[in-house]
Each structure stands twice: as structure tokens, then as C-alpha cells.
Design a protein around this ligand. Sequence first.
Ligand code: C2E
Ligand code: MG
Ligand code: MG
Ligand code: MG
Length: 292
Amino acid sequence: KKAKNGGDRYLFYTQRMNDSVAGRLTLESQLRRALERQEYVLHYQPKIHLATGQLTGVEALIRWQNPRTGLVPPGDFIPVLEETGLICEVGRWALQQAIADHLRWRTMGLTAVRIAVNVSALQLRDRGFIAQVQAAVGVDALASSGLEIEITESLAMDNVAASIGSLLALRAMGITVAIDDFGTGFSSLSYLAKLPVDTLKIDRAFVIDMTSGAQGLALVSTIIELAHSLKLKVVAEGVETAQQQSLLRAMGCDEMQGYLFSRPVPRELLESQFLAPAATQPMAAFTASTVR
Ligand code: C2E
Ligand code: MG
Ligand code: MG
Ligand code: MG
């Protein structure tokens, strides 16, 4: 009875589906080629110790330097990498690159700068993942002790039993584990207490709500207390204002990360803005202070 309309609609949808499948295939092959062509880059966002203002580490955040369209943010391609399974290869690249950069900083004398790498659900559950990490850190004990793996809350809770084995293996290597975007995944608190993790990262959404009323503030304060009572370090994400910073400091949050201090920046910029002065000037500073 509705053959005519239904027929048209059918055609229309098929056409659109074909378009989107074709589009997806193109993007998938582009993303695959991007790996071969070395078009992925890591940008680094500093993490700051709230009480002292000192740089404690950086988070590696992937971007795709598309030669035609420019820098593509991870939100635009990570989901496709995950759907196609490519995330395991690209994730391995990110891990290797981050460790290479960390080694570079250590040879510059920066042993206190830790590096955090985001790992997706598919990677963590990949049978080869732990061996991959072992290979990437090699026999370099300093690399593993300077490394943190960030996993999202939903991922860790999704299949707790499966995650625990991998998390324990990471920690056995001296690598710390952070739960990313905490507060967005409605975790069971009993699971949280059982997970072998070191750090909670409060999702940016809570940091935003913190200044919009008493409830928002109470939530963040509760997360900080929860983390500390579980002996976890707590890091606030997406800190953009001085007001947020001072509230977090007053509530005893350990570290922060956000545009207030710095956006994620290319390695060269990180080194010149945040790492180089400490790395290249100790001699000059030492000379100056001893001459005086
Ligand atoms: P994430 O791990 O929660 O990283 C924090 C995101 O918040 C980053 O977005 C960062 O640029 C952004 N951000 C930091 N401070 C502020 C702020 O003050 N204001 C605002 N508005 N945003 C801020 P980005 O770089 O676009 O990354 C998005 C997500 O992509 C990451 O969220 C992470 O889940 C994923 N991702 C990034 N790199 C990788 C990777 O190498 N592997 C995997 N599996 N996922 C990655
Ligand atoms: Mg992260
Ligand atoms: Mg996060
Ligand atoms: Mg987030």
C-alpha cells in the first residue's frame, strides 16, 4: 500500500548507506595510509602539581596531520580506528613514539617528567598488548617507571575481570594506571576499589559544573575525597580558569591539566616552552649563583 513512498524511501536510504559506507572505506584506507606515511603526531599537554605549580608530566594526545585538510583531532578518527581494529596498530605507534620522546627528555636530563598515553578498550583486551608494551619499554626500567597508561572509566568497568589481568601486568612493569574521564561512566564503587589503578582523572564536565553551584562543587570535592580514601592520586581535567584552579587546590586535588596552563602542544613547543629552560639552563643558573 505504501509501496511508492516506501520504495522511494528505500532507494534514498540505500543511496545514503552506500555513500556512508564508501565514505567510511575511504577514511579507513586514509587512516591506514596515514600510519605508513607517518602522518600521525603526538601533541603533549602538561600536567601541573597544584600545590607547587611544578610540571609533573605530560599527556600524549594523538592528531592526524592530513596533508590535504590539516590537523585532525582524535575525536574525528579514533572511533573509526576502533571500529576497524586499526587502533591496535596506531596505538602501538603512539606508545612507541611517546617512549622515544620520553627517552629524549631523559637524555636532556629531565627525569621527573612522566608521560601518559591513552589506551583504548580494544588495545587493552588485545592478546598482544602486554607484550607490545614490554617490547616498547624494552629493558629500560626508567621508561616504564615514567609511564602512565590512561584508560577510560567505561572501558575498565565494562569487563572488569578481563581488565584486571592487563592492569596488574602493567603495574608489575612499574607502569602506573589512570582512570580517565572519571565520573562519566557510573562505575560501581566496589569495582573501583578492586581495580589496580593509581590515579583518577576527574572529567572536564565536573570541573565546568564546579562553579555553577553548590552541587557541582560538592561532587568534585566528593570525588577528590573518594580518590584519596582509596589512596589514589587525583587529577582534574580541563581546567580553564583561575577560579577553578584555586577551588581545586583548596579541595586538595593533586594535579591539574587544562587550557589555563597550556593546550596540548607539539613536542618542539613543549621542549622550548616547558622543558628546555630546566634542561639547558642549570649550568648557567649554577654559574650565576656561584659568581654572585
Ligand atoms: P582525554 O584523554 O580525556 O584527553 C583530554 C582531552 O581534553 C583532549 O582532547 C584535550 O585536548 C582536551 N582538553 C584538555 N584541557 C582542556 C581544556 O582546558 N578545555 C577543553 N575544552 N579541552 C581540554 P583531544 O586531544 O581532542 O583528545 C580527545 C580524546 O581522544 C582523548 O580524551 C582520548 O580519549 C582520545 N585520544 C587522544 N589520543 C589518543 C591515543 O593516542 N590513543 C587513544 N586510544 N585515544 C586517544
Ligand atoms: Mg586521557
Ligand atoms: Mg580525559
Ligand atoms: Mg575527557
